[in-house]
Design a protein around this ligand. Structure first.
Ligand code: HEM
Length: 279
């Protein structure tokens, strides 16, 4: 693999290269993704265990959809060159991390916001209808994980005070000895995909959309956290508020003002009940 990498990565970079074009069109989106509240918490070394667990739960659903679609389309000419399950697949690592944090019945405990459902729905749709667009999503997630993700792993370990690497498998790529060399190989494979002009434009649009999906997921996760934090401040005694608000796989619309009002009313009602009870 290392020899293969060296020969394939020396190719000259040109403006017509998909890898260059995709980086250029997603530049602004990358800055926006980095500056979401959730990503800023990571960068400041202030990520909480609850934030990390919620993020992992959404990443589980996202990688499940992405990797199932990549597997199903692995012979497709737009997918085969960038299909690296041994080196890149994240699903099993995420499952291990979720089991570490939530226990064996993690599947019943995790919850994801509606933005995650939308992201997964799109992945399944293009897997069926335009498999050549999968490269945009694979690029966004895997190259991101191989870049900033490496630093984020160390920060997360410190922030949530983990003594070992347990719970952090998501950040590790044991099948990739040099992330930089691998990224070069990956880019050269992206550039080898034969695309019509229309398909190329479609892939570029899809990459911007992929970043947008990620930003929406991060924003929704923050909203989920602030709802549970408000609940805690209002006297809830639950030690694991996420579970109590959202059962497994529930689509929740945390941005809905109606839901916020109902939650507020419930908290007020609970407080009143307690007051009457103590009188
Ligand atoms: C804490 C937030 C983040 C930081 C600090 C960060 C940092 C970085 C860094 C340092 C690079 C390497 C740039 C280079 O080699 O030129 C990179 C590349 C990349 N990042 Fe991020 N990143 C963050 C969040 C994200 C997110 C949320 C995504 C997507 C969901 C993402 C997707 C990517 C991609 C696709 C690349 C590869 C760019 C390319 O070489 O074409 N990043 N990031």
């Amino acid at each position: 693999m290392e020899t293969l990498m060296k020969t394939q990565t020396t190719a000259e970079v040109t403006e017509r290269d998909l890898s260059e074009q995709i980086k250029k069109v997603t530049k602004d989106s990358h800055v926006r993704a980095e500056n979401t509240e959730l990503m800023l918490s990571f960068q400041r070394g202030q990520v909480s265990l609850r934030q990390y667990k919620l993020l992992l739960s959404s990443l589980y659903k996202i990688y499940q959809a992405l990797e199932e679609e990549l597997d199903r389309n692995s012979d497709h000419p737009g997918v085969a060159p960038i299909y690296f399950p041994t080196e890149l697949a994240r699903l099993d690592s995420i499952k291990k991390d979720l089991e570490f944090f939530y226990g064996q019945d993690w599947r019943e405990k995790i919850a994801v916001p509606v933005a995650t459902k939308r992201y997964c729905h799109r992945l399944r749709q293009i897997g069926r209808e335009n498999p050549e667009f999968l490269v945009a999503h694979a690029y966004t997630r895997y190259l991101g994980d191989l870049s900033g993700g490496q630093i984020l792993g160390r920060i997360t370990q410190r922030s949530i005070g983990l003594k070992s690497n347990e719970g952090l498998s998501f950040f590790g790529f044991p099948g990739v000895s040099s992330p930089n060399l691998f990224k070069q190989l990956y880019r050269s494979r992206m550039n080898s995909v034969d695309l019509t002009e229309e398909q190329r434009n479609g892939v570029l649009e899809e990459a911007v959309r992929a970043f947008e999906f990620n930003i929406q997921v991060f924003d929704d996760l923050q909203k989920m956290l602030s709802v549970t934090e408000t609940q805690l401040q209002n006297g809830s005694t639950h030690s694991e508020p996420v579970k109590t608000l959202q059962p497994s796989e529930t689509i929740i619309i945390t941005s809905s003002p109606v839901l916020m009002m109902v939650l507020g009313l419930l908290v007020a009602l609970a407080t009143l009940t307690m007051v009457f009870y103590t009188l």
